[in-house]
Design a protein around this ligand. Structure first.
Ligand SMILES: Cc1ncc(COP(=O)(O)O)c(C=O)c1O
Length: 481
């Protein structure tokens, strides 16, 4: 909850308290250099024992509530007909308004099943922006992903409150160009992960639904961060200032023909599901569930996680739950801006995104500025962030790098994990790094998988810049931290 201090600063004060903690330590900088070298300058390769603050992602790393943990104790492990599933079904009906639900092991499994049923080779799938696993699944099944976001989406210094909106004219043009029969469905992501956690507005979603329905095109909503998107709608879309998070979520869902999510985000569990009110859609996807995931009443999830998800779904409608990461991200971004560090504006959901193109403009996209920045952030702080730039794009069919629209080092703010002092520490080290940015150079691949290379690829720093950066760090802070 935002509380205005006597000095005028708006502080995001947590409406929860800590009950269980995990010990963390800050490995000294020389050890961090060794860890980064062993990880192949890819933050995915680090071990958590070497990480002080894990801001890689909010995926599966949000703190669960006491009620979620308690629910896990009463799970029903029956292979078929588990009561835990029926609690999930009730929550999905109550909060999202869908009658049919298919539990899957995580978001990409939902994408896999939807892709198998709805995508035909030579199809196109228009969307407000792609997510890595979404694009990989749809392209593997032969479709082309069309990003038809508003042009402002790529302006990292924008004040546009809804950079996750789809460009309606581009959507109509897509329908004219390809014809509705070649459009598998239109997909909207709440909030757009790869371009700064930016939300869409309900006005935009309604307009998309109308255009799609006029042409018999299904609207698929990826609701992985639906409660954060709803919170940002409440804050930023005038007509919804006085509408509850629950009612905003209900309205988003009422427009969706198919709704899926990664439960690892807004639900604060590990799992996911596909939901719909269309019996025919449900019947088409259903047979794939036992084939690829598991029986209908657990799919890909453990029944413990299903119980926790049933609770997490209801809890995400609490404005203090929906807003707690968003407000900490806002605070984080504002503090960095005060210190001159370039971040994506306006701040969105999920993470504080540092703009590598402005942070290290001397590194060309072919030398992976966001990857280099993510590595440098770790070296000077022990904070693990994630590259969201050209490393996260796979090469084209000719083996060329595909330059990403944006080059971001994403510092995720998992729900209920970090306090203001953690954020202040991150701000301090990022500010120091910005002042020493000339020491950061590019990266080159030494091992490179052909699909989703950002997960497992290994890189090396050009001209050993990691060692130079660590030397400068020790001159300022010594070698103990
Ligand atoms: C918007 C979005 N969709 C899908 C996924 C994939 O979900 P998962 O990681 O649970 O497979 C993610 C993961 O971060 C996501 O952010």
């Amino acid at each position: 909850m935002n509380i205005c201090l006597a000095n005028g600063r708006v502080l995001p004060v947590e409406m929860h308290q800590v009950k269980i903690v995990q010990k963390k330590s800050l490995t000294p900088v020389d050890q961090r250099l060794t860890a980064m070298e062993e990880a192949g300058y890819n933050t995915f390769g680090l071990r958590t024992r070497d990480i002080f603050m894990d801001m890689l992602t909010d995926s599966g790393t949000n703190a669960m509530s006491d009620n979620q943990l308690a629910a896990m104790m009463v799970s029903d492990d029956a292979y078929a007909g588990s009561e835990s599933f029926y609690k999930l079904k009730d929550s999905v009906q109550a909060v999202f308004g869908f009658a049919h639900v298919l539990p899957v092991h995580q978001g990409r499994a939902a994408e896999h099943l939807i892709s198998k049923v709805f995508i035909k080779p030579t199809d196109v799938v228009p969307m407000n922006y792609h997510f890595t696993t979404t694009k990989a699944h749809f392209e593997m099944d032969g479709a082309k992903v069309l990003e038809i976001c508003i042009d402002e989406a790529f302006n990292t210094q924008s004040t546009n409150p809804f950079k996750g909106n789809m460009d309606l004219e581009k959507f109509e043009e897509t329908i004219r160009t390809y014809g509705p029969d070649r459009i598998s469905f239109v997909r909207m992501e709440a909030t757009t992960n790869l371009i700064g956690g930016q939300p869409f507005s309900l006005g935009n979603l309604k307009a998309i639904k109308e255009i799609a329905s006029n042409h018999g095109i299904l609207l698929v909503v990826d609701g992985s961060l639906i409660s954060e998107n709803a919170y940002l709608i409440k804050q930023r879309e005038k007509a919804y200032h006085d509408v509850s998070i629950q009612d905003i979520i209900s309205e988003i869902c009422s427009l969706s023909d198919i709704f899926y999510l990664s439960g690892r985000k807004s639900c604060s569990v590990r799992g996911g599901f596909i939901a719909t009110n269309d019996k025919n859609i449900h019947t088409r996807i259903m047979p794939l569930l036992p084939l690829f995931e598991g029986f209908l009443t657990y799919g890909g999830m453990s029944t413990k996680e299903i119980e926790a998800m049933a609770v997490g779904i209801r809890e995400m409608t609490d404005v203090d739950v929906a807003g707690c990461s968003v407000e900490l991200i806002r605070y984080f971004a504002e503090r960095l801006i005060e210190n001159g560090v370039p971040v994506v504006t306006p701040p969105g959901g999920l993470a504080c995104h540092v703009d590598a193109m402005r942070f290290v403009p001397h590194i060309r996209q072919t030398s992976y500025p966001a990857g280099a920045l993510a590595a440098a952030v770790y070296l000077c702080s022990g904070i693990r962030s994630m590259e969201r730039g050209t490393v996260s794009m796979d090469r084209d069919e000719h083996g060329n790098d595909v330059p990403s629209d944006l080059e971001l080092a994403r510092l995720a703010v998992p729900r209920r994990i970090y306090s203001i002092s953690h954020i202040e520490y991150a701000v301090d080290r990022l500010t120091w790094l910005f002042e020493h940015r000339d020491l950061i150079q590019g990266l080159e691949f030494i091992e490179e998988p052909s699909v989703l290379r950002f997960f497992l690829g290994k890189l090396q720093p050009l001209d050993n810049w990691g060692e130079n950066l660590v030397r400068a760090f020790k001159e300022t802070f010594g070698s103990e931290c």
